[in-house]
Design a binder for this molecule. Structure first.
Ligand code: ZN
Length: 138
């Protein structure tokens, strides 16, 4: 098995952001030369996530509002007793998930018609990373 590892870096202007990263993942898969296998895309921070869904601006806002409803900002979370203010970000990350595994067939991401990959930031304005690990046969 061959393994190829790269990192994507983010430093979002806003506290919350959703970034479409399918082109970057596709490029890393292409560079890896792997023809058959899978790629792991995993947020390396406990206040950010990675998910697969539709690249449709209304739905992206719907997802953000759904998360805000389930894990609102500014609540008296116990986590804040440590001096942090990002309890909501930890919970939002649990809801959205922290990583995805995507199939590679014939050297390309083998996604469904409407499947796209997103980085979801819940406590931004600082440097964050996503690991992209491509595994398989060349
Ligand atoms: Zn925290």
């Amino acid at each position: 098995m061959y393994v190829h590892t790269e990192y994507l870096q983010f430093n979002t202007k806003n506290r919350y952001d959703t970034i479409h990263i399918t082109p970057e993942v596709e490029e890393i898969v292409r560079e890896s030369g792997i023809r058959e296998g899978m790629v792991l895309v995993s947020a390396m921070h406990i206040t950010a996530g990675v998910y697969v869904n539709d690249l449709e601006s209304g739905l992206i806002v719907d997802i953000q509002e759904w998360l805000e409803k389930l894990a609102p900002y500014g609540q008296p979370y116990k986590h804040h007793q440590t001096g942090e203010d990002n309890g909501d970000a930890h919970l939002k990350r649990l809801l959205i998930g922290h990583q995805v595994i995507l199939p590679i067939t014939n050297g390309k991401l083998d996604l469904g018609t409407w499947e796209q990959v997103f980085y979801a930031e819940f406590d931004g304005q600082r440097k964050k990373r996503v690991i992209v690990k491509v595994m398989g046969e060349r």
